[in-house]
Design a protein around this ligand. Structure first.
Ligand code: HEM
Length: 221
């Protein structure tokens, strides 16, 4: 078992399973965040946030989520280093466009930029909500709305969140179907089906996470 997990295929499998788990988390997170737009009293979003803060979720699911992220990142680094060792010289850029997409060739860089975005994002919401306290904000809803509406920085943060959403969408555009490929759905029929579903999912996620900060910036206050 341990030799399978340290083999190239085993590592790809771990990457894929942790990635698919994150795919699910992102969908749930987007649905809960959409409450920000559907109820300007904030009650709906606050109720969702309180549900997520229940001890069984906070202490049961959250460690699994952060574990999933860490495994995904560590294996991304190991696999990238392994690939660089196996192929020290880059492919000539001439023919790459035909056989692979821009996203697939830049997964490591895109993933790294998404990680920078998530680190900033955790400082904005996770840390005050779960660790240091809300400060001047009256509720979780106010904390989020304040970030996107306060002065000129509101516009800057709106732009950074839109950029984060686009980077995440590009990462998912390749990551989604490639995860299924690594767990065995590799024939041409499944590949083209999953590629389509992956693109729809990536566009849905990128559009959703783009619309929310823009909506809050322009219409919440
Ligand atoms: C419109 C954009 C977004 C908003 C308004 C938003 C809002 C929030 C809030 C309020 C929390 C704190 C929840 C709590 O601790 O109770 C949170 C946590 C988190 N967010 Fe986001 N988020 C956004 C986009 C994203 C994106 C694009 C990702 C990338 C995957 C992401 C990943 C996370 C993670 C990993 C956590 C920590 C786990 C958790 O507390 O659920 N978020 N987000």
């Amino acid at each position: 078992m341990s030799s399978f997990l340290s083999s190239s295929i085993g590592k790809k499998l771990i990457m894929s399973l942790s990635g698919l788990f994150l795919v699910l988390f992102i969908l749930v997170h987007l649905i809960l965040n959409s409450f920000l737009m559907f109820d300007s009293t904030g009650e709906l979003f606050n109720a969702g946030a309180h549900f997520m803060a229940m001890p069984v979720i906070r202490f049961g699911l959250q460690p699994v989520l952060f574990g999933g992220f860490i495994i995904h990142i560590i294996y991304a680094i190991i696999l990238t280093l392994q690939n660089m060792k196996a192929r020290p010289q880059k492919y000539s850029s001439q023919n790459l466009g035909n056989s692979s997409t821009w996203s697939s060739r830049n997964m490591f860089v895109l993933g790294g930029l998404v990680l920078v975005f998530i680190a900033m994002h955790l400082m904005h919401f996770f840390v005050p909500i779960q660790i240091t306290g809300l400060g001047d904000a009256k509720s979780d809803y106010d904390l989020v709305v304040d970030l996107f509406t306060n002065g000129s920085m509101g516009l800057v943060y709106t732009g950074l969140y839109v950029a984060g959403a686009i980077l995440l969408g590009l990462h998912l555009a390749h990551g989604f179907w490639s995860s299924f490929q690594s767990i065995g759905f590799s024939n041409t029929l499944w590949r083209s089906r999953l590629e389509k579903v992956g693109y729809i999912y990536a566009i849905f996620v990128a559009a959703g996470f783009t619309i929310i900060p823009l909506y809050l910036h322009f219409f919440a206050k």
